[in-house]
Design a protein around this ligand. Structure first.
Ligand SMILES: Cc1cc2nc3c(=O)[nH]c(=O)nc-3n(C[C@H](O)[C@H](O)[C@H](O)COP(=O)(O)O)c2cc1C
Length: 195
């Protein structure tokens, strides 16, 4: 039986970790992106479909390209961050299931486009959570954003593909001085039921 991870590790991942509003002045590199992805990719998804597809924007031009599609407050944060990302979802993951889940009859199981999109959304959102925790485990922070023009991001970053934007974010080493006061979380009684 596995032991619980220590309290310090739990705090790093959850109770001390915050959504950054700004970052310390430290470059974010391709090696950093690879380390975060290579940890996060092991999180579970339905039939191992792994629909998350990420565009990492590591330079000024890339961040500017994304910022144009974000609402103004988010655009400011993207411009000021060391790096940004578009978290897309592969809405037709049937081809990759040949490798990821060779035992699955992908066409029979995922023939319906609406069901494929639901699965892509559900599982790429799970993977966004894994990416958040992988980043935190490695000393980084991600500031997720849903305030952007998804159609414009799709046209700019995913034209000619079946990938669609799910969310965007900033990434780097969060500046503790930047965070907002911590908001409450729902207590167990408010969000859980044991019938
Ligand atoms: C999917 C998602 C979308 C979000 N969209 C935005 C956004 O558009 N703009 C923004 O400033 N913060 C956004 N946030 C940040 C949340 O408001 C923040 O993570 C939450 O309040 C918890 O903050 P804490 O981690 O500091 O406690 C988003 C977070 C998530 C997970």
């Amino acid at each position: 039986m596995a032991a619980a991870i220590d309290a310090g590790a739990q705090a790093r991942l959850f109770t001390d970790a915050r959504t950054p509003q700004g970052f310390v002045d430290h470059p974010f590199t391709r090696a950093d992106a690879e380390a975060i992805y290579n940890l996060a990719r092991w999180g579970p998804t339905s039939n191992n479909m792994s629909p998350m597809r990420i565009v990492w924007l590591l330079d000024h031009d890339g961040r500017e390209r994304l910022a144009r599609h974000a609402v103004s407050k988010n655009a400011e944060k993207i411009r000021a961050a060391p790096a940004a990302l578009v978290l897309g979802m592969e809405t037709d993951f049937r081809a990759s299931l040949k490798t990821l889940a060779p035992h699955v009859d992908a066409d029979a199981m995922y023939g319906d486009a609406g069901a494929r999109r639901t699965n892509a959304l559900r599982n790429s959102a799970m993977q966004a959570g894994y990416l958040t925790m992988a980043a935190r485990a490695l000393g980084f922070d991600i500031g997720w954003m849903s305030g952007f023009d998804a159609g414009a991001v799709d046209a700019d970053f995913f034209a000619g593909t079946t990938v669609a934007a799910n969310m965007i974010g900033t990434v780097g080493r969060g500046d503790p001085a930047s965070v907002r006061p911590r908001a409450a979380r729902l207590p167990f009684e408010a969000a859980n039921l044991i019938p």
